[in-house]
Design a protein. Sequence first.
Length: 225
Amino acid sequence: MGHFNIAIDGPAGAGKSTIAKLAASKLGFVYIDTGAMYRAMALHFLRLGIKAEDERAVAEACRDVDITIRYEDGAQQVILNGENVSGLIRTEAVGNMASASSGYISVREKLVKLQKQLAKRENVVMDGRDIGTCVLPDAPVKIYLTASVKVRAMRRYKELQEKGKASSLNVIEQDIEDRDYRDMHREHSPLKQAEDAILVDSSQMTVDEVANAIINLARERGLGD
Ligand code: DC
């Protein structure tokens, strides 16, 4: 028997991870953050001193790297060659390297394979950019979660303010537009809505409303039957 999997894709800052985590916890599913895997891979390249433009070096470095995940108190931990790097992957430098290196087929092949294996083992809510289109094409529930650039920029701005980091709303908006463009126009597995995905615009919705909409959809699609 296959498992019941939920795929959530969408641009940066749409609230995917918050919503996926909440929906998973309400359903008793495992949450899988695939962005964290691309970030761990990026940290590996940075540590080796590899330049983002050097596709050959990236491909070589992919060959013997080992990325796995495990859970501590329900939170996903990413393990890079045996080391828990979860606390090291949320930096600007790692984010930029992840954005650039996730365009390479060598990186995607490795991580997509791992993600498919994980989804075979149990019920998961998985979020990323290519989950509905590539990783879990047969998932009974696929969500394409988005929000306007203005709303996403404002959320990011508030997040940074809470951390005591100064920032300009205009710069954040521009960053989001640039990253959307890169994610949607890369050659391999660009970010796009799967044909059978449901579009959810979270601009005017609370986190709870979105999570509940996903759960209702899962029940409509046969979860619990
Ligand atoms: O969601 P995030 O910011 O943690 O993702 C980090 C980078 O990885 C982001 O630039 C897009 C890329 N990514 C991807 O290409 N495919 C995924 N399934 C998840 C993330």
